[in-house]
Write a protein that binds this ligand. Structure first.
Ligand SMILES: CC(C)(COP(=O)(O)OP(=O)(O)OC[C@H]1O[C@@H](n2cnc3c(N)ncnc32)[C@H](O)[C@@H]1OP(=O)(O)O)[C@@H](O)C(=O)NCCC(=O)NCCS
Length: 179
């Protein structure tokens, strides 16, 4: 492994929370904002574990809530860095919910958060590369560049014509349609 790099697996963080009354809405289901707070914390720890730096949240990709999570359920959040760029890194979070009485478990959502490592003055600072090892880690690593380009375009930090990775995908799709 190159000197300034670390395996993705070393950034892994698992956080377990119990849904308490103070976390819920009037329907006794977990509030979305509380879940997003936990997602921010678990992914920030993964980013700090990878970079050994102070990190700030730069962006959060869209999060959808497919099923409610009930009071008393256990929520497990698993986060891992997918890919590191210069000062920023993408973190993948998988959230599962478990009913301890019935044993039923379901995946509640997945999301990508981006963090930037900063120095004591809040200026971006370079970080080690993240090396994927498993097939899933490699797939997430490969997709990270196109997700980065998409979020930088949406954040008005990149011109669409500069997004080569995204353009290549659209070109491939165009060729498939023509065939
Ligand atoms: C994130 C932040 C440090 C970027 O600083 P900046 O001076 O704009 O820095 P740069 O333009 O050099 O970008 C630094 C990195 O951030 C990334 N970045 C900046 N905005 C981004 C966004 N909206 N989405 C994803 N990545 C972003 C850049 O791509 C770059 O990554 P790279 O170094 O890996 O190539 C700065 O905008 C900031 O401090 N934001 C507030 C963070 C915060 O307080 N979060 C909590 C909100 S309550």
């Amino acid at each position: 492994m190159p000197k300034n790099s670390k395996p993705v697996r070393e950034s892994k963080v698992i956080m377990t929370e119990l849904v308490l009354p103070n976390d819920t809405n009037p329907l006794n289901n977990l509030m979305g904002g509380r879940l997003m707070h936990w997602m921010d914390i678990v992914s920030a720890i993964a980013a700090q574990r990878h970079s050994n730096r102070v990190v700030v949240t730069a962006s959060v990709d869209n999060i959808s809530f497919s099923q409610p999570i009930a009071l008393g359920n256990v929520v497990t959040l698993e986060a891992k860095v997918t890919r590191a760029f210069h000062s920023s890194m993408e973190v993948h979070i998988v959230v599962t919910s478990e009913n301890l009485n019935s044993g039923e478990k379901f995946e509640s959502n997945r999301a990508f958060f981006t963090f930037v490592a900063v120095d004591q003055s809040g200026r971006p600072i370079s970080i080690p590369e993240a090396v994927p090892e498993t097939a899933e880690e490699k797939e997430l690593y490969d997709g990270a560049l196109r997700r980065r380009q998409l979020r930088l375009i949406l954040g008005k930090r990149m011109k669409p014509e500069e997004a080569n990775e995204l353009k290549a995908i659209f070109k491939l799709e165009e060729e498939k349609v023509k065939k």
